[in-house]
Design a protein around this ligand. Structure first.
Ligand code: UDP
Ligand code: MG
Length: 289
């Protein structure tokens, strides 16, 4: 692994690769995992808010795939202040299986904080994040590992055939286009919760606010290699989506934060200095006058 270059200016080169195309639509069976693709320990981090009806099935499917592939793993379930029986189900799973790590937020903080707290306790050398509503397809997990094995540090899912209403998919297209233009990172789908990271990446990016959508931008700015992987996406069958229209506006504000962090974090005066210098000059001129 290449050490990160924290403390230096972001790399100018855009190292986002072309999207890796699926070998076939038959997902799990098409993947061959080489020994080097299998991490010593894989952490699956799942932020959940009011998902009691999805968790047992999600647990069953994830463990089935990983056990079949003989991948050593832990599942970090982060209850983001749920009001339903989510925490009871998590405790039950945690009692029954040593590989379940349970975290509970005292109140609802949002997905990004769930992810960063999950990252903080994850022991894996590879960390995969996925949603807790079964919209992300567990049989895709091995493909994330084989894609990392091709030499990437972050693999971002692409919900190519997205199973959500038009009211979500249209604004999302516009959002993704804007982020591509502003960040130079050529992903189709920044909003996908299904992503794989080498531990180096999660240790070197900070996820405050709702910056979880921008991890590929933050990682790219640190010189990590990013790939995009088309994944199967399922409709939500139990429970409700937690995000509506307000996410779009917040997303754009967060984009400003990310552009600032990736371009000017280590040279803030290149941004603030110009109006500052102009104000000084104006002040001096006014003073002379
Ligand atoms: N989530 C969370 N905290 C929140 C909102 C959502 O942990 O405040 C979780 C949610 O339970 C799910 C994931 O984030 O596991 C994605 O949320 P959702 O399915 O509502 O988003 P959508 O798929 O509609 O974009
Ligand atoms: Mg969902």
């Amino acid at each position: 692994r290449v050490a990160s270059t924290a403390g230096q200016a972001p790399t100018p080169a855009i190292r986002v690769s072309n999207p890796v195309q699926a070998a076939s639509t038959e997902t799990a069976t098409a993947v061959v995992l080489r020994p080097s693709d299998i991490p010593t320990l894989l952490s699956i981090v799942i932020p959940v808010y009011n998902e009691e009806g999805n968790l047992r099935e999600l647990y069953r499917q994830v463990t089935a795939v990983l056990d079949r592939e003989r991948i050593p793993f832990e599942i970090v379930l982060v209850d983001d202040g749920s009001r339903d029986g989510t925490w009871q189900v998590i405790k039950e799973l945690n009692d029954a299986d040593d590989r379940i790590v349970a975290i509970r937020h005292r109140r609802n903080f949002g997905k990004a904080r769930g992810l960063s707290n999950g990252f903080a306790v994850a022991n894996g050398d590879v960390i995969i994040t996925m949603d807790g509503d079964l919209q992300d397809e567990p049989t895709e997990l091995p493909r994330f590992l084989s894609t990392l094995g091709e030499g990437y540090d972050l693999v971002s899912g692409w919900k190519q055939r997205r199973q959500d209403p038009l009211g979500k998919t249209l604004p999302s297209k516009f959002f993704n286009w804007t982020v591509r233009r502003a960040s130079g990172v050529q992903l189709h789908d920044f909003n996908c919760g299904f992503k794989a990271y080498r531990k180096d990446v999660t240790e070197n990016i900070r996820l405050y606010g709702e910056l979880h959508r921008f991890t590929p931008v933050l990682a790219n700015a640190e010189g990590f290699k990013v790939a995009e992987l088309p994944v199967k996406h399922n409709p939500r069958t139990w429970g409700e989506s937690k995000y509506g229209w307000s996410r779009l506006l917040k997303g754009f504000l967060d984009l400003l934060t990310v552009v600032f962090l990736t371009r000017y974090r280590y040279r803030p005066l290149h941004l603030f200095g110009i109006p500052g210098v102009l104000a000084i000059m104006l002040g001096v001129l006014l003073g002379l006058y």
